[in-house]
Write a protein that binds this ligand. Structure first.
Ligand SMILES: [Zn+2]
Length: 470
């Protein structure tokens, strides 16, 4: 029998204009940066403050027999666990995080990371969308299912505080709580992206990432370029040659064999569908200057590049003077920070070895090339979507958005997804979120798209109900 969800949907939306908006407004003001960006996070106390605020709100919600615990392992960021009994013996794990990215420059004059502002149905400020909204969405969805007498499985809501630092505290808590977490049949992750704000999006894969420093040393000291040029190898030519060996100059694709994989045919089908749904919005989302083209004119190829291809970005450089200090001098040594996204189905360890070797072998002119600080995190590919979840996603998306659910690979990496995937190999995954066009998590002017948060909350509630009713 088809369930009528209209009253549930409007009840899931209402608090986002009232109580939740007030809570998130207060929450954005707290600079609870992730430990990587605030070495004194514990003494500063912001993380504790944010956790206390969220726990207090959860306690006030009308959720039957909810057990709320804030776990604090010594020296680790806190973790909130809500254990909510359900109508079936199965368990659903819902995930979010409260730690935030640092400020970043470039905010509009009327906005700021710790200065919440609602404009045009968007709540601006750091950490509202990534990922403060998640606990509010999860608990509101469950509370409203109960209010309307709609079934849900036992729900365990897990909110951690080290995600933006690579979730380094999460494994210890997953071990500590292994018995209580049990073996979830469904994992709902509320920390991902959406291609548009008008349908339910589920992330089916995440790229991995590796990064490290590349050093090139050529001379003992810099000399007059009038003497040196034409005799001494140029650092720019040497670095260009080394980077050309590992990547395609036009697209940035990493050409090292260990970083390349075959894209599964089912994924190519999903990419075709996503390319049709996204249309030109996909390219418009990027803040390119007028007249600047993306690396490929075919948006299907851009989706393949973003979700499934190994790609190189140079993110930092040392050894080069700023223009005002640059005389006519050859530069003795230069270092680059390299950041490489690797395909979801790529072995991170092998990719890193292959990539490092390719950088180091046969240095041009015998210059001294070395690498340092290389690390990697493997990507992740969701298990094949069970027919019941595909149907539940469509039911939820049609009811809350009026459109069928859509699927896409995420170009960025979420380290804990690989972790959860390994821990719960039998589970199905709904990986979704509010990080859509221009929402700019990690950058300036991050916003939470409030209409999306409302509809997503309802969609999550409906998927939970369809899961319990299947
Ligand atoms: Zn996040």
């Amino acid at each position: 029998m088809k369930q009528d969800y209209q009253r549930l949907i409007s009840d899931c939306a209402a608090p986002w204009d009232g109580e939740i908006l007030e809570e998130l407004t207060a929450y954005i003001k707290i600079p609870n940066k992730s430990p990587h960006y605030d070495a004194n996070w514990e003494q500063n106390g912001y993380m504790g403050q944010a956790m206390a605020q969220i726990a207090a709100w959860c306690k006030r919600q009308a959720v039957k027999d909810m057990q709320l615990t804030v776990h604090r392992l010594p020296g680790r960021t806190p973790l909130l666990l809500l254990d909510i009994p359900g109508n079936t013996a199965e368990t659903v794990l819902l995930y979010g995080h409260i730690d935030k990215q640092p400020e970043m420059r470039g905010w509009d004059a009327d906005k700021g990371p710790w200065k919440p502002l609602v404009q045009d149905h968007k709540l601006y400020g750091r950490g509202g969308a990534d990922d403060g909204y998640a606990v509010f969405a999860a608990v509101t969805a469950i509370a409203n299912l109960q209010k309307h007498g709609l079934a849900h499985a036992r729900c365990v809501v897990l909110i951690e505080a080290s995600e933006e630092s690579g979730s380094h505290d999460l494994p210890a808590y997953l071990d500590l709580l292994a018995d209580q977490l049990g073996n979830p049949q469904l994992v709902v992750c509320l920390d991902s992206g959406c291609g548009t704000y008008d349908t339910l999006w589920s992330t089916t894969s995440l790229r991995g990432v590796m990064s490290g420093d590349l050093h090139v040393k050529i001379q003992k000291e810099g000399i007059h370029s009038g003497r040196g040029s034409g005799v001494i190898p140029s650092w720019f030519s040497v670095l260009s040659e080394i980077l050309d060996r590992v990547s395609d100059r036009q697209s940035g694709e990493v050409t090292v064999a260990a970083c390349q994989t075959t894209i599964p045919p089912a994924v190519l089908g999903q990419i075709d569908e996503a390319a049709a749904v996204l249309h030109d919005h996909f390219v418009e989302e990027f803040p390119l200057l007028p007249g600047v083209q993306p690396v490929n004119s075919d948006r299907r190829q851009l989706l393949i590049n973003q979700g499934w291809k190994p790609m190189l970005t140079v993110t930092g450089i040392d050894g080069i003077p700023p223009l005002r200090d640059a005389g006519n001098v050859t530069l003795p040594e230069v270092s680059l920070k390299l950041s490489v996204r690797i395909p979801p189905n790529c072995d991170g360890e092998k990719a890193m070895q292959g990539f490092r070797n390719a950088l180091l072998e046969n240095p041009p002119f015998g210059v001294k090339v070395s690498v340092e600080n290389f690390e990697y995190g493997s990507g992740w590919q969701a298990p094949a979507l069970a027919p019941w979840l595909r149907a539940a996603n469509d039911t939820a998306s049609l009811a809350a958005f009026g459109k069928k659910a859509a699927y896409m690979g995420e170009g960025a990496s979420i380290p804990f997804m690989a972790m959860l995937g390994r821990k719960f190999p039998q589970a199905q995954f709904l990986i979704t979120g509010v990080l859509g066009p221009k929402s700019n998590a990690h950058g300036p002017n991050e916003f939470l798209h409030l209409p999306m948060a409302k509809k997503l909350t309802a969609a999550v509630a409906i998927v939970l109900n369809e899961h319990a009713r299947r």
